[in-house]
Design a protein around this ligand. Structure first.
Ligand code: BGC
Length: 735
């Protein structure tokens, strides 16, 4: 029996509804059926419960769980599968994504994008954001949240980099794992995506990522491994692209061999929307569920026929359903199902508490890149502040609070209540007796006159980004990007900064970009703050950071190059790929392991800003490194001291330098910790390195191996500043 669809939202209707509180929410009805459903006994393990349920299902009931109905208008969600009350199976609602509960949902909070979370280097914050998104998702009737994204930012022009967690596999893995733990703590299954090597938007449906085994294992897959082994993610979404010639969603190496066998993933694999290309091949090669913008094409009646003809074994069909149900039991979807319609559809969950989390996240991920002459924080009373740039105004705030595409909250319909920089900064400035004058920068003369008449000029520089479109240039564009492309840039952001800086020595640039941009004006401005796409608390976060209510504490999750010519992408063969013999475009990952800082280190290239870099309003001192070898690796202890006069948080980073025998990039991030310190306060940080921290992927044994030799260890506040050095021998070697 299908649950009747009571509510189909016409966008915008539901804002009138009252804010929801957990106590008022009605939960789904599966508990009342429990008597006839032995698998509803919470004391049994997820495996036992899933086995019992699958055993009780008919062929049609099994097939029915394996494809989304493609009804994207279904109360604003990305997809759904109807409930089966007779089996106590709840309705399944799937929704986007990592920066809040989006699609056509209303009344939800627009959090900062994934790159902000990554830039915080703060698992507690990431868990908190994940839990906040999970809480909202649950109250909106969602069972499966289509987040987080953890693909590696291989090229700074990648259109979805802002949704992901940067260029380093360890940082991406830890960021994704923390977000997953947060989401799943709310009885909503998380979906790590897009598996795998989905690193460009150009030809994203057809392109093949051509990559060798070692590069895959060391750079592009470990974030998924962390999601599976560390965070027990419920679902994995396979990607649109091909990998080594085979679509990711029917790629047995990726799905069966690596994900399910090597990583031991017990959950289910769903395709990206429209990413399923076959029935028998996909099912046998590891895809468990088809998701599409129309009702199942390959996994509905075609799958039933394939099973009846024994082209897909019944054991495999059972496995597909088992994997889905096992995850849903493990996460708690059966035991604590979300509210059903119509309560969920009309719930407003953008509560003060959620907004506070969105604000904290925006503040925690902002990266201070330059602060000459202590131009920041803005101090003293009665100043004249020029606020300049489209991104700072009300319209601009709507353009740059998040990147475009399926992750945007909401993707369509009612604009969220974004606090513009103009509103947030004006309110904060007035508290100090300062006066703010705004010029949107589209009239250059007006912007220059405003800056010349002020004590401080703060220029907001926006650069749009969206799923569906790769960036065409590294220079910041004042454009708006959606799934169908970007609008033309309306101001020359670089020219605007140059002109303002030429009349006001105290010029501060606030970047609102999803990825690295070039800064030809860098030497002419005193301050640069990278705020990424900061979510609906945009202006409040900007004000708190600029006025020093909060000290910036983010660190770069990507290297910022000086120009495209510095990056590891040297030819169109690598990016965006050229047509290959198979009749589809091929992108050669010939940079191999040299992605991000690994490339800059190996080639001795000094970028604009290195990976891991970020300043604070205070300063930190590192001392007292002790490396204690253990059976598996080492414990590394050191002291971080706040040597300045303000409270602040520091991200202490640990890099391992492998011996030449390992043939690894010069150094690699293997640990970090974010510590909050009062002025003068010290803290001992302890980081544990396991055997994997020293391992490389051996392509003969197809496994992780540790080369014998001396491993150097560097600790500090950025990949380019590692004041503490130690070493540890492995494999019997001494240092
Ligand atoms: C995107 C996914 C998203 C899905 C559902 C796809 O186009 O690539 O990230 O989760 O749509 O909206």
């Amino acid at each position: 029996m299908f649950r009747p669809r009571l509510v189909r939202l016409s966008l915008g209707l539901a804002f009138a509804a009252a804010t929801v509180t957990p106590a008022l929410v009605q939960t789904g009805g599966s508990a009342v059926q429990a008597a006839g459903c032995p698998w509803m006994n919470r004391h049994k393990s997820p495996d036992v419960r899933a086995h019992e349920l699958v055993h009780a299902m008919t062929l049609d009931q099994k097939i029915a769980e394996l494809y989304g109905r493609g009804d994207i208008t279904y109360y604003g969600a990305a997809n759904d599968i109807p409930a089966v009350p007779a089996l106590c199976i709840p309705e399944l609602v799937f929704n986007d994504a990592g920066a809040g509960v989006g699609d056509a949902m209303v009344g939800t909070t627009a959090f900062p994008d994934g790159i902000t979370d990554a830039a915080s280097w703060d698992p507690n914050m990431q868990r908190k954001v994940g839990a906040a998104i999970g809480w909202e998702a649950w109250h909106k009737g969602i069972d499966v949240q289509l987040a987080p994204g953890v693909d590696i930012a291989r090229d700074p022009l990648g259109g979805r980099n802002f949704e992901y967690a940067g260029e380093d596999p360890y940082l991406s893995g830890q960021t994704g794992a923390a977000e997953i733990e947060g989401i799943q703590s709310q009885h909503v299954a998380a979906t790590v995506k897009h598996y795998a090597l989905n690193d460009q938007e150009t030809n994203r449906m057809t392109d093949s990522s051509q990559v060798n085994e070692r590069t895959m294992q060391e750079i592009h897959l470990p974030a998924y491994e962390a999601a599976v082994k560390q965070a027990h993610v419920g679902a994995v979404m396979c990607s649109y692209n091909r990998v080594n010639g085979t679509y990711a969603c029917e790629n047995s190496y990726l799905l069966n061999h690596v994900l399910k066998d090597e990583f031991g993933f017990p959950g289910w694999v769903m395709s990206d929307w429209g990413g399923t290309h076959s029935t028998v091949k996909a099912a046998n090669n590891g895809l468990d569920q088809e998701q599409n913008i129309s009702s199942g094409t390959y996994f509905s009646s075609a799958l039933k026929t394939a099973v009846q003809k024994h082209q897909v074994p019944m054991s495999r069909l059972n496995d597909m359903v088992f994997r889905l149900m096992r995850s849903l039991f493990a996460v708690g979807v059966f035991d604590d199902p979300p509210p059903s319609e119509p309560q969920a559809a009309t719930a407003v969950v953008d509560t003060p508490q959620e907004r506070a989390t969105a604000l904290e996240a925006a503040e925690g991920g902002a990266v201070l890149l330059k602060d000459a002459h202590n131009v920041l924080p803005i101090a003293g009373a009665n100043k004249r502040i020029a606020l300049i740039g489209h991104a700072a105004g009300e319209d601009g705030a709507q353009d740059f609070y998040q990147g475009g595409g399926s992750s945007k909250v909401p993707i369509a319909g009612v604009d969220p209540a974004v606090v513009s920089p103009l509103a947030g900064i004006t309110t904060r400035a007035e508290a100090d007796g300062d006066a703010v004058t705004y010029a949107d920068g589209r009239d250059l003369g007006d912007a220059v006159a405003t800056a010349a008449a002020s004590d401080v000029a703060v220029v907001f520089v926006g650069d749009g980004g969206s799923e569906g479109t790769d960036r065409s240039t590294l220079s910041a564009q004042d454009d708006t990007c959606t799934l169908v492309g970007c609008s033309p840039s309306l101001t020359s952001e670089d020219q605007l900064v140059e002109q303002v800086a030429s009349v006001n020595p105290n010029t501060i640039v606030v970047l609102q970009t999803g990825a690295p941009v070039t800064m030809p004006w860098l030497s002419k401005v005193r301050g640069v703050l990278e705020m990424w796409y900061p979510g609906e608390q945009d202006g409040n976060a900007a004000a708190a950071l600029l006025f020093g209510d909060v000290s910036p504490s983010g660190k770069l999750p990507y290297t910022f190059p000086k120009s495209l010519a510095q990056t590891p992408i040297r030819s169109a063969k690598q990016w965006p790929g050229v047509n290959g013999q198979g009749g589809y475009p091929v992108s050669e990952y010939s940079e191999g392991l040299l992605v991000g800082y690994r490339w800059y280190d190996a080639k001795h290239i000094t970028p604009l800003f290195p990976f891991g870099f970020g300043l604070s309003y205070t300063s930190f001192r590192y001392s007292n490194l002790r490396v204690t070898p253990t059976h598996a690796g080492a414990v590394v202890r050191f002291t971080v001291t706040n040597a300045g006069s303000r409270a602040g948080a520091e991200v202490a980073q640990l890099y391992v330098f492998d011996p030449p025998a390992a043939h690894e990039p010069p150094k690699q991030l293997k640990g970090y910790d974010k510590v909050l310190l009062l002025p003068g306060q010290s803290q001992t940080v302890s980081l544990t390195l396991d055997s994997r921290s020293f391992a490389y992927w051996n392509t003969h044994s197809h496994s992780w191996r540790v080369a014998a030799g001396c491993y150097r260890i560097g600790v500090g506040g950025s990949s380019a500043s590692l004041p503490l050095h130690g070493s540890v021998g492995r494999g019997g070697a001494r240092c």
